[in-house]
Design a protein around this ligand. Structure first.
Ligand code: ADP
Ligand code: MG
Length: 472
């Protein structure tokens, strides 16, 4: 005795109750009782793809097995067989065949809305896709700040956007989180649209690609899915590490990719790592991904980070002094997204409390982000930071040259060493190339006097002190 359809229905109800409507619809609704039932201890279920099989087995295998066992009041093993929907379609009853034909017919008529919406249950998604190119208008070349870290990627992106022939295919952009990959990708898309509004630019995240594809499989609209993508003049898929190793989806992506590249259409991809480091991707695909131009976006240096902050502030009309942007740029080096977050927060707080943004205010408001803690600076750190911020070489700072441009920062470093560490005057003297302790005392007094008279110097010293006592 195998599972009757009434029993299967009650299993389905039970499963829906356990996993929730949404997950059930995403993953379990396509399960069927397979036609081949071999023995009494076993129930075979069919799934449309290998990928769904793996997913279901891994995530829901246990509860499905329990639920069926309870219904049949025996201990039952569950097996899965893959029955591709398209294949099933061809042998299905008459009206289904017509549906398949309709799909084929409409797709040959190019990609108008009608053809896509004739495709079946996931039509709205595909419609969106067909008219896609929902590009963020803020992410343009103009708003992208360049520096050493991203100059090459920027130049390549611009070249692609402004060229009428396909110069690099695919263009593969990779780099860490929040370094501007998506921004550049949107910039390319917008520029292409601007130059030629008729070009069909499809932008999609790999995660959406995966979701659409699974929906298409279940809604029996894979042909429309394929066509929707293959109709693109420019296909941009963001974060493709997400589909690496996802069997069927990866396979579909590969075919789409080959088809487009074969037709000379531009393909642009981003990932958090270079092609050769993508796990779970077949070699043939990996080598083709790297066959065009591969570019890395590196983490920006402190000057570029500051420039980005100033650009964002300018865009939003925010008044923020440069010592504060420098303070932020120096303290947050993880990602530009975080940097932006900090800026937005400051802007919001300043507006709410109707105050101006100052260094103190920034330090206070961003405590958690900057992990403010009165940390003990070392003389060495002080020397490095002072050299950095006062733009002198460390060797000069520690050397004996008496030029004022060097002597002044040296005195600042001594002053801060006295202020921020527990070292004695003689200790500090030794750390500065074996100077006498009276020299250090003199330096400290000089700077103390200057601070009240030279606001520029005072501001700089305050900034370095904040940086030294705040940042990790
Ligand atoms: P990724 O896709 O690499 O994770 P995003 O492109 O989403 O990063 O960038 C994160 C945020 O940082 C976005 O708001 C983006 O505008 C901004 N950003 C990144 N790099 C730059 C840059 N060079 N100039 C201006 N803004 C940038
Ligand atoms: Mg991104």
């Amino acid at each position: 005795m195998s599972l009757s359809s009434a029993q299967w229905s009650s299993v389905q109800v039970a499963l829906k109750g356990q996993v929730g409507e949404e997950d059930f619809n995403s993953w379990l609704s396509s399960l069927r009782i397979a036609s081949e039932q071999t023995d009494l201890e076993r129930v075979a279920l069919s799934v449309p793809t290998r990928f769904i099989q793996d997913w279901v087995d891994e995530h829901y295998g246990d509860i499905i097995q329990k639920s069926i066992s309870e219904t049949l009041q025996r201990d039952i093993a569950v097996t899965y067989v893959v029955k591709p929907v398209m294949e099933a379609e061809v042998v299905a009853p008459q009206e289904k065949v017509v549906e398949v034909k309709g799909e084929l017919a409409s797709t040959s008529e190019d990609r108008n809305k009608q053809s896509v919406s004739a495709a079946g249950s996931s039509d709205t998604d595909l419609e969106v896709l067909a008219n896609s190119g929902r590009l963020d208008p803020r992410f343009t070349f103009d708003t992208f700040v360049t520096g050493k870290s991203n100059h090459f990627a920027y130049a390549a992106a611009q070249r692609i956007a402004e060229s009428d022939v396909t110069v690099y295919n695919p263009f593969f952009l990779h780099g860490g989180v929040g370094l501007g990959k998506t921004h550049l990708m949107h910039a390319i898309g917008s520029k292409i649209k601007e130059r030629n509004p008729n070009r069909h630019v499809v932008y999609i995240s790999a995660e959406q690609f995966l979701n659409y594809f699974i929906k298409a499989l279940k809604g029996r609209s894979t042909l429309a899915f394929k066509e929707a993508f293959r109709a693109a003049d420019v296909l941009m898929i963001d974060d493709i590490q997400f589909i690496a190793g996802k069997g069927t989806t990866q396979e579909e992506f590969f075919h789409t990719f080959n088809a487009l590249v074969g037709m000379g259409k531009q393909v642009i991809l981003t990932a958090d790592r270079p092609p050769h480091e993508l796990d779970g991707i077949e070699d043939r695909l990996r080598s083709r991904l790297g066959a065009g131009l591969t570019c890395e976006i590196h983490a920006p240096d402190v000057e570029t980070r500051q420039a980005i902050l100033e650009k964002k502030a300018e865009e939003t009309g925010l008044k923020i002094p440069s010592n504060v942007t420098l303070f932020l740029a120096d303290g947050i080096d993880s990602s530009i997204r975080e940097l932006e977050g900090a800026l937005n927060r400051l802007a919001a707080y300043a507006q709410l409390s109707d105050v101006e943004i100052t260094l103190d205010f920034a330090q206070e408001q961003l405590k958690d982000l900057l992990r403010v803690q009165k940390k003990q600076a070392t003389i060495e750190e002080i020397q490095h930071k002072v050299a950095d911020y006062f733009d002198v070489r460390l060797a000069d700072l520690l050397g004996t040259r008496r030029l004022r441009e060097i002597a002044r920062p040296r005195q600042v470093a001594m002053y801060l060493s006295k202020r921020l560490t527990s070292k004695s005057y003689p200790d500090i003297g030794r750390a500065f190339g074996g100077r006498d302790h009276t020299t250090v005392m003199h330096a400290v007094r000089t700077i103390e006097n200057l601070l009240s008279r030279e606001p520029d110097l005072a501001e700089k010293v305050e900034l370095v002190e904040k940086v030294l006592t705040t940042h990790r």
